[in-house]
Structures are given as C-alpha cells and as structure tokens.
Design a protein around this ligand. Structure first.
Ligand SMILES: NC(=O)C1=CN([C@@H]2O[C@H](COP(=O)(O)OP(=O)(O)OC[C@H]3O[C@@H](n4cnc5c(N)ncnc54)[C@H](OP(=O)(O)O)[C@@H]3O)[C@@H](O)[C@H]2O)C=CC1
Ligand SMILES: O=C(CO)COP(=O)(O)O
Length: 340
C-alpha cells in the first residue's frame, strides 16, 4: 500500500538516490531533497544523477527538490542520507518542522566532540520526532542495480519499523526490524574504519587468510567496544554488524575500502580522499574512535594501528610488525556469558 503523503529523502548522493528510487519503484511519491539546484534540474531533465550513480535511471516517481522546509512540511516519513559532517548543520535550522515526523537516519558516522551517533543528533535537535535508523550491507550501486539486498530498520518505535518495512520492501530489497537502534547504528559507523584497513591490505597484495583475519578480529574489536558502551553484542552478529563488515571489507565498490586501497598504494590521506571525491566516513570516525577507545580503556589494536599510520607518522610495516608480534591473546573473549 502506498503512503498518502510523499516520502522525503534528504541527500542527493549515491545512497539517497538509491533509496529514493527503491521507494518510487514501490509506488511512493518521493521528494528527493538536495542542496544543489543545478543538480536537481539536471535530474529532472535527464532522469540520471551521473556524479553519484552514473548509468542508473531515476524513476519518474522521484521528484528532485531544493526547498527543505516545504519538503519536511509535506512528508511524514523522512529518510536522512546526508554525510555525518553535514547532518546537524543541515537540519538544526529546520528543527521545529521535524516535530512528530518519522525520521530514519541512513548515515553511518559519529559526531566529533560529542561522540553522538546520527539518530542521537536527530533526537537532540528534534526531541518530539519519532526516530529510527536503516543500516546493513547496502552498497548504493548494488541497491540501485537491484542486487538482492537486505537491511535493518532499528527503532523502539514498532510502528515506525513497520512503516519503513512496508515502504521499502520489494522484489529485490528486504528489511528486517530490530529494537536495538544503538547497536545497529554503531555497527554501521564502526565498520567503515576496518574497510579502510582491508583496502590497504588488498593494495599490498595480501591474500584471503589476511582478509578473514582482519574481518574476524575487527568484529572482536567492534563488539568489545560496543559491550563497553552497554550495547547488545548479539546485534553485531546480524546484518548491520558482521553483515555490513563483510561487504565493506570485501568490495572495491566501498568508498572506505577505496581510500584504504589508495593509501596502500602509497597516496597520502589527503590525496586518497581527493581522488575519491565522495564521502568516506571512516576517515573521520577513526579520529574519534581512537580517542574514545583510550578514554574507555578498550583494547582496539586495529584502530590504534590505523590511527598511527594516518596521524602519527608510523609506516605500514611498523604497524603490521607491532600487531603480529603483540602479546598472545585468546580467540573469542569479547562476549560476556551473562547479562544479555
Ligand atoms: N553509498 C553507500 O553505499 C551507502 C552510504 N551510506 C551512508 O549514507 C551517508 C551519505 O552517503 P552517500 O550518499 O554515499 O554520500 P555521497 O558522497 O554519495 O554524496 C554526499 C551527498 O551529500 C550532500 N551534501 C554534502 N554536504 C551537504 C550539506 N552540508 N547539506 C546538504 N547536502 C550535503 C552532497 O551534495 P553535493 O553534491 O552538493 O556536495 C551529496 O549529495 C553516509 O553516511 C554513508 O555512510 C549508507 C549505506 C550505503
Ligand atoms: O555502508 C556501505 C555499505 O553498507 C557503503 O560503504 P562505503 O561508504 O564505504 O561505500
């Protein structure tokens, strides 16, 4: 059943475009808000968004718009697909228009200084809104090309979860519900850091053993950190945890992986990010994560190693040597046996 109101998607990048298309394919009228009037006009005329999703036809049910206030006024369900660095500054000025709306963040990042996840920022600026997150192994291009894909909508608000499932479920996209908003969102933010490391390893010609070790030990670190923050470790065994970690650490379509690959080829961080020209959230997340892990005294050797390479002048070989020669540890030591 289609909504009586249009559905808003905020953000004219690759993921906003992919989600807007999915909704429109399901018969929804979508107001796709972007800040650039030229981009909106070009999409209206050509039905393509070549800068972010070249070759993908934009469904006629997607209406590119640039009036944010009018968009928020017209819609009850609003997907937020803005970079984490832009979300607060874009939405704070229109905070009063968000009251009572269903806001679903798809943004996978952490705010510097506050260490807030994106749905927590939404809650902060719009306490009267109904809040959820959408996260999972969802490479935008594959979603747009109709690869069979699953995602998770997470909120304590069951009605919101059902609304999102009804709006997005289709022949190629399946949405699972979760009540653990914090765990689902944390998984999406943390995995970007490990995708940078996986990209580096690939550029260095490392094999499948290395990839598997990285993904598994990344899961250990992520879970250890999440448990320290009081999250449910079981969420990390789901699509938004290990699922997203696998896809992002395995695919050259991931922008975080691409940044890592460029670093592994010897580019500076600045050049790697410039060459990408899109958002790689892990670059900002690593800074705040390293500091938080130290503050909370959580053992995160991969995070510390990547930070040392990017910001402390260590070489890849120095860090690899330190990681492989670290004191012996036990394998699965990060899930408490009681309490969950
Ligand atoms: N791409 C993917 O596969 C997936 C991405 N995500 C998450 O979605 C979020 C958005 O990423 P994605 O769509 O990929 O990013 P892209 O890099 O593809 O696009 C970024 C978009 O954000 C816009 N933008 C940047 N700053 C502002 C601002 N201040 N106000 C308004 N709009 C702004 C850009 O506009 P302009 O062109 O005018 O600069 C552009 O449209 C990220 O957190 C990402 O982790 C989640 C799942 C999958
Ligand atoms: O989150 C993603 C896939 O689930 C997209 O990852 P990148 O931002 O690294 O492209």
């Amino acid at each position: 059943m289609t909504d009586q109101h249009p559905i808003a998607v905020l953000g004219g990048g690759s993921f906003g475009t992919a989600i807007a298309n999915l909704l429109a394919e399901n018969g929804q009228h979508v107001l796709h808000w972007m800040r650039d009037p030229e981009q909106a006009q070009a999409i209206r005329l050509t039905r393509e968004n070549p800068r972010y999703l070249k070759g993908i036809k934009i469904h006629l049910g997607v209406e590119p718009v640039t009036d944010l206030a009018a968009t928020l006024n017209a819609c009850q369900l609003i997907f937020v697909a803005l970079p984490s660095s832009a979300l607060r500054q874009a939405l704070q000025p229109v905070a009063e228009l968000l009251s009572g709306k269903q806001l679903v963040s798809t943004t996978k990042g952490i705010e510097a200084q506050s260490f807030l996840l994106m749905s927590q920022i939404l809650e902060d600026i719009a306490p009267q809104a109904r809040i959820g997150v959408l996260s999972g192994p969802n490479l935008a291009r594959e979603v747009a090309e109709h690869a069979l894909t699953a995602s998770v909508v997470a909120s304590e608000d069951e009605e919101l979860c059902q609304h999102v499932q009804a709006a997005l479920h289709g022949r190629t996209f399946r949405v699972y519900a979760s009540a653990d908003r914090f765990g689902v969102e944390l998984g999406g933010a943390l995995k970007n850091v490990y995708a940078i490391i996986a990209g580096m390893a690939a550029a260095m010609g490392m094999g499948e053993n290395t990839k598997s070790m990285l993904i598994t030990r990344a899961l250990a670190e992520m879970t250890r950190f999440a448990v320290k923050l009081g999250a449910n470790p079981m969420t990390f065994l789901g699509l938004a945890g290990v699922g997203d970690l696998i896809v992002t650490c395995s695919s050259a379509k991931s922008r975080n992986y691409q940044v890592g690959f460029a670093l592994g080829e010897g580019l500076s961080l600045e050049d790697a990010v410039a060459r990408l020209g899109e958002v790689a959230e892990g670059v900002n997340t690593i800074k705040v994560l390293k500091a938080k892990a130290e503050e909370l005294q959580v053992y995160m050797p991969l995070v510390a190693g990547l930070h040392a390479i990017l910001f402390e002048g260590r070489t890849l070989n120095q860090v690899i040597g330190a990681l492989m020669n670290a004191e012996p540890k036990t394998d699965v030591d990060f899930i408490p046996t009681t309490g969950f």
